[in-house]
Write a protein that binds this ligand. Structure first.
Ligand code: HEC
Ligand code: HEC
Length: 392
């Protein structure tokens, strides 16, 4: 696994296109180099982790289990371009010819020239800048390690990983021979491996254009606050794709901003206590209710901020809102409806807030607050208590 960064580099290089090709874009026959698409998977994994959907989610939902050492070993077969990962062993061209005839020739032809539409493994040298380039191990692949790895990992087609290391060495020696890259005496082994340089080794360049992927290939990628500004174009809550109630609560079990250690006990306590507990008012706030309200406030957070340094965003800042006159946030552009209500002297008492939060659009026709409302009275109580804790 320590070879991982190495592999990333390989793949980054591999995802560049050969010079000859990039000068003449839009050609046919663009089959990707086998194994290189794995780069995409890595990217995907990185971006999922960045969204916080990685190991954290797995823990929360109790899915999966740690991989067994045997399972890791079965996947960890890769051979790097510097030969790292090659098992000890060797094979010569003649043995390779025999094994190839027996196990590969049905599809790839006796001389690796390909049968029908099955891939050709030999030939094509000097065709990369042609309109219809023939890409083979000999003409296109940059490193012999890819050939070894590919054959070892995935061939013969339909019976992958049935070859011994010696057979793989022999076959790869034979593929080299078929490409006129070695003579018939050649013996390929973990020791002679690096002696072979493929003709197109220099044909790959690092694609360092800004708009390409290079900036992703960073050994220490940014995982937090990586964008200066994030533009939100739609909200899951508005789209109504976010499961409410149970689902949302389970996912909110450990609120990101909650003081460590507080979250779990609070949840339990809340479950034991009947919801009709009297709401505490201003002076003494029930800390459990406030903590519960903090969770509920997650639904508001997309638009509202509270606390030190809070600002108006999509919705107005809510510090001091309980008991305050409506439309209290300086500089926020309220809807006409909210402005009119403010004009008429609406004050956000707990009762008014409760009514508003239960069904914003019915409570105030024309409000800009695109929020369906809180269904549970206990959530409303709790969120008001939470807002109150920022009102004192
Ligand atoms: C049943 C048919 C079949 C047999 C038998 C077979 N292959 Fe393949 N081989 C394929 C197919 C199909 C592909 C393309 C797979 C893909 O692109 O995902 C391929 C791809 C390859 C490639 C990559 C070619 C390229 O340029 O992309 C190599 C190298 C290769 N095979 C070697 C071997 C060797 C060595 C053996 C024998 C041990 C073997 N194959 C047996 C069908 C076969
Ligand atoms: C999709 C964004 C959005 C969500 C989610 C949202 N709000 Fe709002 N909220 C707004 C907007 C926009 C306004 C201004 C409404 C207007 O001008 O009509 C507002 C106004 C308010 C007001 C009145 C503020 C004032 O200054 O008069 C309160 C109180 C409020 N929201 C509380 C909440 C609470 C509590 C939640 C969560 C349960 C919530 N909102 C969820 C966008 C949102």
């Amino acid at each position: 696994m320590s070879r991982f960064p190495n592999r990333l580099n390989n793949r980054a290089e591999g995802s560049a296109r050969p010079r000859a090709e990039s000068e003449a874009p839009a050609q046919g026959g663009g089959r990707a180099l086998p194994g290189l698409s794995a780069g995409r998977n890595i990217l995907l994994a990185v971006s999922l982790t960045a969204l916080g959907a990685g190991p954290v989610a797995a823990e929360k939902f109790g899915l999966g289990r740690p991989a067994l050492p045997e399972e890791i070993a079965a996947w960890d077969l890769d051979v790097a371009s510097d030969g790292t990962g090659l098992p000890a062993g060797s094979g010569d061209v003649f043995t390779g010819e025999e094994v190839f005839a027996e196990k590969c020739a049905v599809c790839h032809g006796d001389f690796a020239e390909g049968v029908g539409n099955w891939p050709k493994l030999a030939g094509g040298q000097g065709t990369l800048d042609h309109e219809d380039p023939l890409k083979t191990v000999g003409s296109y692949w940059p490193y012999l390690s890819t050939t070894w790895d590919y054959v070892n990992r995935s061939m013969p087609f339909g019976n992958a990983q049935s070859l011994t290391p010696d057979e793989v060495y022999a076959i790869v020696a034979y593929i080299l021979y078929s490409n006129d890259l070695v003579d018939d005496e050649f013996v390929l082994s973990d020791e002679t491996f690096l002696e072979v340089e493929l003709p197109n080794a220099d044909g790959f360049i690092l694609d360092d254009r800004q708009e390409a992927e290079k900036h992703f290939w960073n050994p220490e990628p940014c995982m937090e606050n990586c964008k200066d500004s994030v533009e939100i174009t739609m909200r899951a809550m508005v789209l109504d794709v976010t499961p409410e109630e149970e689902g949302a609560e389970a996912a909110a079990e450990t609120p990101a901003g909650a003081p460590a250690g507080d979250a779990a006990p609070v949840q339990d306590a809340a479950a034991e206590q009947p919801a009709e507990e009297p709401v505490q008012t201003a002076a003494v706030l029930d800390p459990e209710l406030v903590a519960q309200g903090e969770k509920t406030f997650k639904k508001c957070k997309a638009c509202h901020q509270v606390g030190d340094g809070a600002k108006s965003k999509t919705g107005p800042v809510l510090n001091g809102i309980v008991g305050a006159p409506a439309g209290h946030a300086e500089g926020f552009r309220y809807s006409k409806a909210m402005a009119a209500a403010a004009e008429d002297g609406l004050v956000w008492t707990e009762a008014e807030l409760a009514a508003f939060l239960a069904k914003p659009k019915s409570y105030m026709k024309g409000t800009k607050m695109s929020f369906a409302g809180l269904k549970k009275d206990s959530d409303i109580e709790a969120v008001i208590a939470y807002l109150q804790s920022y009102s004192q």
